[in-house]
Design a protein around this ligand. Structure first.
Ligand code: ZN
Length: 205
């Protein structure tokens, strides 16, 4: 399996070099991505691939169910580096329909450590219980919860001291919320963008 992976890597590297001889030399000197992506670890939602971006174009943090914990040093370190060192101005929180993490948060089963990790989603499902019961099916309910989790993630990123400092410096950083459809490969804008600490369009969904 590993030999196969290494062989595919050699093929990919050779193709890249044949397409652009200076490709790796250019990328090796510096990265200047335009986007910081906070997404789910799900193997079907790789940031570069679904956004149609090349290496060097998106700085990425992924975790189970793209949860934004305000005390997650991993995420906060990446966020700070993205905003302050890489001067990224477009931050994307991206969830996806059919998310296993969201499903786990709605189940009455023990999932070990994941139950701690997914607690904010469980809390969201309690807060929006009335809205969620209006969904036609359990699948639709979970997809709605995945959207709410993205909107909440946008809100939490926007409330970090990192973003507040950036906005106080007058930097035009925006935090967007997108959701990806596994069934059609499309990204949808949830229209919950926050710019300079203010929701740009509505109050989210
Ligand atoms: Zn997921």
């Amino acid at each position: 399996m590993l030999d196969d992976l290494l062989s595919r890597n050699r093929g990919w590297s050779a193709t890249r070099i044949s397409e652009e001889p200076g490709y790796f030399a250019r990328l090796a000197t510096r990265q200047s991505p335009e986007f910081f992506w906070i997404g789910c670890s799900d193997s079907r939602v790789p940031a570069n691939v679904v956004a149609g971006l090349d290496p060097g174009e998106v700085f990425v943090h992924r975790n189970v169910a793209n949860v934004v914990h305000s005390s997650d040093m991993n995420l906060l370190s990446a966020l700070e580096f993205a905003v302050e060192a890489l001067s990224i101005r477009e931050i994307i929180v991206c969830g996806h329909y059919g998310c296993g993490g969201v499903r786990a948060a709605t189940e009455d089963l023990p999932h070990g450590l994941a139950d701690h990790w997914l607690e904010p989603i469980r809390r969201l499902s309690r807060s929006y219980a009335i809205d969620l019961t209006q969904c036609a099916s359990l699948e639709e309910q979970r997809d709605k919860l995945a959207e709410l989790n993205v909107v909440e993630g946008v809100r939490r990123v926007s409330e970090t001291p990192i973003l507040r400092r950036a906005w106080a410096r007058g930097e035009p950083v925006k935090v967007h919320g997108l959701i990806y459809g596994l069934k059609d490969g499309l990204l949808r804008n949830l229209d919950c963008t926050v710019s300079r600490g203010i929701f740009e369009e509505g109050e989210g969904k």
